[in-house]
Each structure stands twice: as C-alpha cells, then as structure tokens.
Design a protein around this ligand. Structure first.
Ligand SMILES: NC(=O)c1ccc[n+]([C@@H]2O[C@H](COP(=O)([O-])OP(=O)(O)OC[C@H]3O[C@@H](n4cnc5c(N)ncnc54)[C@H](O)[C@@H]3O)[C@@H](O)[C@H]2O)c1
Length: 317
C-alpha cells in the first residue's frame, strides 16, 4: 500500500546525519554519472508562477522519485507559502510506488543540506559569523541545518521586509538556541559575515562584490531562472564557483548565465560540481583568501536522497 506522509512526518523521520550523508551520496553519484536525471520541466502558469517536474533514478540510493513543485512568488501576499511540493517514491526493483509525501519540508531539508555540504567542503574552517539574506521558508531550514555543521558564534539576518526579518529572528533564535541579530542593509550583513546564504526571490543582485571580504563563502540558493540573480555577476567572475549540476546551472543559474552573457566569465571557469569535490576528484577550498560561491538551483537527485531515507523509515514501520 502506498504510504502517505505529511511535512510533519518528513521532519520527524529525517535526522541531520542521515540527511547529509544521503544528499552527499546523491551529489557524488550525480557527478559521476550514476543517476538518471532528465532536465526538469518548467511549466509557466501565466501571471501566477511556475510548476516544475523533477524525476530521478538513483540506483545507489535504491529509489526513483518524482517531485512536483510549484513556485508562486505572489503567494506570500495572500498568506500562502511561495513553494509547495509533493514527491512520489517508487521502488526501482519492481516499479511499485511506495510513498507519496508532502515535499515542502523535504525541499527545505535537501536544499539546506546542499548549503551545509558546501560549507563543509568550501568554507574556511575558522568561519565564525553566519549571515542569511531573505528570511522566508527556505531560510529557516538553511539556518537550522547549516548551524549544526558550523556552530556559528553570531548569526545575522536581513530581509527587504523588516517584519519578516523580525519574525525570523524571534522564531529561529529559539530554535537554534542563540541570538539572530538583524541588519538594516545587505551591505552591513555581508561585511560582518564569513558565510553568507542568499535565500531570496530577488531578480536583481543583493550581494555586491565590493562588500565581500577575502575568504568568504557564499551559498546562493534563490535564483532559478536566467532572469534572476542574487549575486553580482562580477563577484561570480572573480570567485571560485561550484555548482550542484553544471547541466542544470547552464539552464537555470541566473547569476552565472548573466556573468557568461556579459563576457565576465566562461562556463569552463566554473570550478566544479560539488559532487566532484565530495568524490575526491577535485579539492575544495585551496587558500584562506579565496572567495567561494556555491550556486545551487536544486536537483532531483537531492529529492531522491530524502525519498530514500523516507522509504527506508516507512518500510521499518
Ligand atoms: N536552490 C534550491 O534548491 C531551491 C529550493 C527551494 C527554493 N528555492 C528558491 O529559494 C527562494 C526562496 O524560497 P522561499 O520558499 O524561502 O521563499 P519565501 O518567499 O518564503 O522567502 C523569500 C524571502 O526573500 C525576501 N526577499 C526577496 N527579495 C529580497 C531582496 N532583494 N533582499 C532581501 N530579501 C528579499 C522576501 O521578502 C522573503 O521574505 C525562491 O526563489 C525559491 O524558488 C531554491
């Protein structure tokens, strides 16, 4: 029988250690060509949002998953979540669908795991201050999971809407057992932090090159179309850039696409996929001074990673 899991079930079933290990394996397998992951289809719903279809067969994780995710930026104004999703997990041995899970939490978890893995492999080990720009749904997961990997001394947050940032600080301070300090501008945040996460729906860059200190690590998770950008394209061009999937980045990573179009960098300048670093094919950070940028648009392999954890837990019951 197909199991139905809610977001709450997903949250309760997935531990941080399992999450990081499964997403790490997914990235490794993806970069080594061991997964079957057709490009995601994006269906634009005129004037409303996008619906994305994300399939992946991941043999080493023993799962086929298909996620249907919608991104409706105007939803927040109506009191509805921007991102909504559901995932179907199929046993690849016999093709039998085993579970259907709400996938808002799953998406938050696997996207935060990508940032956390980028921090593990690319950030300076002496990084102390963590900053989050954009205080929405993803930002909450980003902070929860990343703070378990790097144990920040100080956490800073900025959102273009002050009330959202205040709500975030109040809620998340309790959840991470520390204070979340608010910044009045993105510049103030960027200048104060060693690790910066951008989790906005912005179409124009929020992080400028001249604000970024040597040795900073940035994880940019927000932009997912050629028209969107959270990071100044000239910052990309002067940084060590790592992506989740080069094929997906070429279609969707707005800030890299714009930097390439402007002649500031070439696709060959993208240093690596994170899976190549995880697999030991390329080293991560090489010097204290370099600025590293991890650009993730999100891959179905990450969804498959969480689906595999859910499958193993659901069949334990
Ligand atoms: N990379 C991935 O795998 C992945 C996964 C899920 C979602 N996303 C993307 O992440 C983004 C955030 O998703 P969400 O669900 O948290 O959205 P959300 O609407 O809940 O939060 C976005 C926040 O960013 C703020 N914001 C927008 N523009 C800003 C700017 N210029 N400066 C400062 N703050 C700004 C908004 O006020 C809002 O609070 C979306 O674009 C979504 O598509 C990426």
């Amino acid at each position: 029988m197909v199991k139905i899991l809610t977001d709450r079930d997903v949250e309760a079933l997935v531990s941080v250690d399992e999450l990081l290990s499964a997403v790490s394996e997914a990235f490794r397998a993806l970069s080594l060509g061991e997964v079957l992951m057709p490009p995601r289809s994006r269906i634009g719903v005129s004037g409303a949002g996008d619906i994305l279809l994300m399939p992946c067969l991941a043999p080493s994780l023993k799962v086929f998953s298909l996620k249907i995710v919608s991104v409706y930026p105007g939803n927040l104004e109506k009191g509805l979540p921007t991102t909504n999703a559901v995932v179907v997990a199929v046993d690849p041995e016999n093709g039998i669908p085993r579970l259907v899970a709400e996938a808002r939490a799953l998406t938050g978890l696997r996207t935060a795991a990508a940032t956390a893995l980028s921090v593990k492999h690319l950030a300076r080990s002496d990084s102390k201050n963590l900053g989050i720009i954009g205080c929405g749904y993803q930002a909450r997961w980003q902070l929860l999971i990343t703070s378990q990997v790097m144990r920040p001394q100080r956490v800073y947050a900025f959102d273009m809407y002050r009330d959202r940032a205040e709500k975030f600080a109040e809620e998340m301070g309790g959840r991470i057992g520390g204070k979340v300090e608010l910044c009045y501008t993105p510049e103030e945040l960027v200048k104060s932090c060693d690790i910066i996460i951008t989790a906005t729906t912005s179409k124009t860059p929020v992080v400028r090159k001249e604000w970024v200190r040597p040795g900073t690590h940035i994880s940019a998770i927000g932009a997912y179309t050629p028209e969107m950008a959270e990071i100044d394209p000239s910052l990309l061009a002067s940084s060590k850039v790592v992506v989740d999937s080069l094929a997906a980045a070429k279609e969707e990573a707005g800030e890299i696409i714009q930097a390439v179009k402007a002649g500031l960098m070439r696709w060959e300048d993208v240093y690596a996929e994170i899976g190549e670093i995880i697999a030991g094919r390329k080293p991560g950070r090489l010097s204290w001074e370099e600025v590293t940028v991890f650009k993730t648009v999100g891959t179905a392999a990450q969804d498959a990673a969480v689906a595999s954890i859910l499958l193993s837990k659901a069949s334990d019951k």
